[in-house]
Ligand binder design. Structure first.
Ligand code: IVH
Length: 672
């Protein structure tokens, strides 16, 4: 047989057996037979480089390192899910959905395993894998195509190519067996072990050298689709379960445990069943994901800022372990709150090594009566910080040290205090070094100002040497470039990279800026809520209590904190200083997609499906602008019944016009 035909035959054989193995879980040949074909193809491609293709199974072994991981903006954001714990929270979810749909009929749910790995989005064009990206912050991920190609459950080419473009989403996981094998090898070589399969999978996906990813033997399971823009339409099927079935036909692995059930009581039966079999599964899961099965209903339900209304994650109860508590120390946070933290004898809790755990506050510590030297129960629930549940009194022996609350800040010696009605103990000293360090760490964080290269250690070194003293001084580092070179053995390149990311951080959204300031009680969501309503920094700074109270989701406590924070002269001065140094938060909402990037859309006439404000907010969310009048720069006019002069103008200027229905059809499924 000529090499061209043989190479193509070998690829078909290898793909077929990979499908039997990874998707159907029914291998028909041994590993060594598979390897024999694989080597034959490798040899052929080596001798005839012109035969190599972009989707050859030989790519699974990886290739030379790439320069860096490029950011990739998701066409549709990769959202996360609300969590639920316990059966009653599932029942509440079911009731909320029925209320929303104004229906009393039992709903069909698809229950899936909640894989504990790293999410990935895979874009196929005409059936060929084109891009693989991580989730990142949900809006922007990293291009890891080179690594995705090494993951055997990810088809390089679909079994039945679909004309058009489709984004397949799912989780990359490391099987327990692969994890053990990997760690065994590491132990033998005296290398540091991976803490858990999730970290090993997520880290594996982000390698520059895809040969290292290949060596981790990762697996992939699909759980849905993102953007669908196929010749056949915008949907693969009408239900979530049928979508998964079609993905399986196309060559994507999923899990047979998934089950479509009717009514929430059957969901509860399912989660309990999965909880029982969890230890026997070949990979880690941290719960079950419950999705409304009908895609029509999913569309009706839509999304909140956090995630879909039509799905929820059910998390299994926390995992616990016993260990010895060596020491209790006081940690000072960014708002001056002093938290007792336990130093533990390292212990595995639910697959993760834990050596520190929080004791929440001194009242809690006194109530639990945990002492240094006690054997304690440690608990971890999901991604939450591990906590000490309490001592095992039977195991207590001898006189153990009782830790009472400090009267002075352990870092700066200032007498501590409590706010009326709070349990938290606080250090009142704004110049407390521990507080400043924590504030800085928060400010530069990924979801805040996102300053790359300014990690914890460097912040500490900058503080020690007085290079930075407060938030504004970060933006004065630029003036000290010469001094910085050689500081802590930092090279010119890393200094310039650092300075560049500091510059770049000057134009984050107002929502992020508010979160970054570290105003007590204002988190990511709070920053978004406040900036969405009040829109400008000036309006926020001068808002009175009543104005703040009118903001949806902002209660009396947060309103008070915000007002108090901005009224404080020191904070006032600091914000002024940041602005003088060029920090210019972008006012308006952060777009979550670039569907309408660079486009200006005008709405006119009556809209049926949403209010004018909601429509405009939606366009902004999708990266576009809306305008009140039509000009030659208008990209699209959406005209409802009763549209008049604007529609005429559009016709005159030859601007594209769409009905509300047509506009809705432009939108990716589920984006409303
Ligand atoms: S659906 C908008 N299904 O859990 C719906 N997610 O908390 C998005 N995950 O980032 C996700 N198993 O990486 C879905 N069967 C499953 C899942 C699953 C694991 C992960 C996923 C996501 C996170 C959400």
């Amino acid at each position: 047989m000529d090499p061209v035909s043989r190479a193509s035959e070998l690829r078909q054989i290898l793909e077929h057996h990979a499908y039997l193995y990874y998707v159907l879980d029914k291998p028909e040949v041994s590993d060594s037979e598979y390897d024999k074909w694989f080597r034959e193809l490798q040899d052929l491609e080596r001798d005839h480089p012109e035969l190599a293709t972009a989707d050859s199974p030989t790519l699974r072994i990886g290739g030379p390192p790439v320069d860096g991981l490029k950011p990739h903006r998701h066409a549709i954001p990769m959202l996360s899910l609300d969590n639920s714990f316990g059966h009653d929270e599932l029942r509440a979810f079911d009731e909320k959905i029925k209320r929303f749909l104004e229906s009393e009929q039992e709903l069909e749910y698809l229950c899936e395993l909640k894989f504990d790995g790293a999410s990935i989005s895979l874009t196929y064009v005409d059936g060929v894998l084109e891009i693989g990206t991580t989730r990142g912050d949900g809006t922007t991920g990293e291009d890891v195509t080179h690594n995705a190609k090494t993951v055997r459950g990810i088809p390089l080419r679909m079994r039945k190519p679909l004309p058009g473009r489709i984004e397949v989403r799912g989780e990359v996981v490391m099987l327990k067996a692969a994890f053990e094998e990997l760690n065994l090898g590491k132990a033998e070589r005296g290398e540091q072990l991976f803490a858990n399969p999730r970290n090993a999978a997520a880290g594996g996906l982000r390698q520059l050298d895809s040969r290292l990813t290949a060596a981790r033997k990762l697996s992939f399971f699909t759980y849905g689709v993102g953007q669908v823009d196929l010749n056949e339409g915008r949907r693969l099927a009408d239900t979530q379960s049928a979508v998964i079935d079609r993905l399986k036909e196309l060559g994507f692995a999923s899990r047979s445990e998934s089950r479509a059930v009717v009514g929430i009581e059957q969901v509860i039966e399912f989660v309990e069943e999965i909880h029982r079999v969890r230890p026997t599964l070949p990979f880690g899961i941290d719960g079950v994901v419950i999705k409304v099965n009908s895609l029509d209903l999913q569309e009706q339900l839509g999304f909140t800022a956090r995630g879909p209304r039509w799905a929820i994650a059910y998390k299994f109860p926390a995992e616990q372990a016993f260990t010895t508590l060596n020491r209790i120390f006081a940690q000072v946070g960014r708002t001056g709150v002093i938290t007792p933290v336990a130093d533990l004898e390292p212990v595995q809790v639910g697959g993760v090594t834990v050596s520190r755990a929080t004791l929440h506050n001194y009242e809690d510590l006194a109530r639990k009566d945990v002492r240094e030297g006690d054997v304690v129960i440690v608990q971890r629930a999901g991604d939450v910080i591990p906590e000490v549940v309490g001592p095992v009194l039977d195991k207590r022996s001898g006189d153990l040290n009782v830790i009472s609350e400090p009267s002075e800040c352990p870092e700066c010696g200032t007498p501590v205090f409590r706010k009326v009605g709070e349990v938290a103990l606080r250090c009142p000293n704004r110049s407390c070094p521990a507080q400043i360090a924590a504030k800085l760490r928060h400010f530069v964080g990924r979801k805040m100002m996102d300053i790359d290269g300014l990690g914890e250690k460097l912040i500490d070194r900058f503080l020690e040497t007085g290079m930075i003293t407060d938030l504004p001084s970060i933006y004065r580092l630029r003036e000290r470039r010469e001094e910085l070179i050689g500081f802590d053995r930092l090279g010119e390149l890393s200094i310039d990279n650092l300075l560049a990311s500091i510059e770049e951080s000057k134009t984050r959204t107002l929502a992020r800026f508010l979160f970054a300031l570290g105003i007590p009680s204002v988190g990511e969501k709070g920053g978004q809520d406040i900036s969405r309503e009040l829109r400008t920094l000036d309006a926020i700074r001068t808002a009175d209590y009543a104005t703040l109270m009118e903001i949806p989701n902002i209660g009396p406590h947060t309103a008070g904190e915000v007002q108090e924070w901005f009224e404080d002269p020191d904070n006032h001065r600091m914000v002024d200083e940041l602005i003088e140094l060029g920090v210019a938060p972008i006012e308006g909402e952060e777009p979550v997609s670039d569907l309408f990037a660079g486009q200006t859309i005008v709405f006119t006439g009556k809209l049926e499906r949403f209010t004018r404000e909601a429509a405009e907010a939606f366009v902004a969310k999708m990266g576009g602008k809306s305008a009140g009048s039509v000009s030659k720069n208008t990209s699209l006019v959406v005209a409802g019944p009763g549209a008049g002069s604007k529609l005429q103008k559009a016709d005159q200027l030859g601007v594209k016009v769409a009905t509300e229905e047509e506009f809705l059809a432009l939108l990716p499924e589920g984006s409303l």
